[in-house]
Design a protein around this ligand. Structure first.
Ligand SMILES: N[C@@H](CCC(=O)N[C@@H](CS)C(=O)NCC(=O)O)C(=O)O
Length: 202
């Protein structure tokens, strides 16, 4: 069985979505986020020295890390080299243009606002504008009827954006978010994340 080390509504949520989308049997191990953006449980460091989620162990014991890499490895579709490059590119856009410059610092209570405010004002509007234009005539990033792992990652990023800055979600982004949110695996995954969040905060 796969084991996903996760923290509620962290980027591990994207991997959780893909596991459920594909019906892959898995166990969830919830871990606590800590100061300095390192997972509190030091024992996670034995299998992932970076002490980050997602960390995913495969049924044969192999440890996989890094959200983009894990997501790419769960791409269920045979794709052309061009499509594989596009998929990698979208994973990279979410990781380096949304996740790391904005979402990681803004959802870190210890991080001074000034660290991410500049990204929010000067970088993010353009990035969101490009994604919005791309989604103008597509339901998914790769224009595939079945959402790809990159769509799961974008859905996670937009979930956090919508929570904190709902006014930043343009019509196409809101449409994408609603469509992914209506997929059959999304509601149950959200419910599990929400229950874990409540259990860990209470
Ligand atoms: N380089 C890692 C970064 C993942 C990452 O930033 N994970 C965050 C949650 S979204 C984390 O584990 N933070 C630990 C903490 O805040 O304590 C990747 O791409 O997977």
């Amino acid at each position: 069985m796969h084991t996903l080390y996760a923290s509620p509504f962290s980027c591990s949520f994207a991997v959780h979505l893909v596991l459920r989308q594909q019906g892959i049997p898995h166990e969830l191990k919830w871990v606590d986020r800590g100061e300095g953006r390192l997972i509190r449980q030091a024992d996670l460091g034995r299998i992932n020295p970076f002490r980050k989620v997602p960390t995913l162990t495969l049924p044969d014991g192999e440890v996989t890390t890094e959200v983009s890499s894990i997501l790419l490895s769960f791409d269920p579709r045979p794709r052309s080299p061009t499509q594989i490059r596009q998929h990698q590119a979208w994973l990279s856009v979410v990781a380096t243009e949304l996740h790391k410059p904005l979402l990681a610092p803004a959802f870190d209570a210890q991080c001074p606002e000034g660290v991410w405010q500049d990204a929010l004002e000067r970088l993010i509007p353009h990035t969101l504008g490009v994604i919005d234009a791309h989604l103008e005539d597509r339901e998914t990033l790769l224009a595939d009827p079945e959402p790809s792992p990159a769509d799961a990652y974008l859905f996670w990023a937009l979930t956090l954006l919508r929570y904190r800055w709902p006014e930043r979600l343009s019509a196409n982004l809101a449409r994408f978010h609603a469509a992914y949110g209506a997929r059959p695996w999304t509601g149950p995954t959200l419910a599990i994340e929400q229950a874990a969040r409540i259990a860990r905060s209470g």
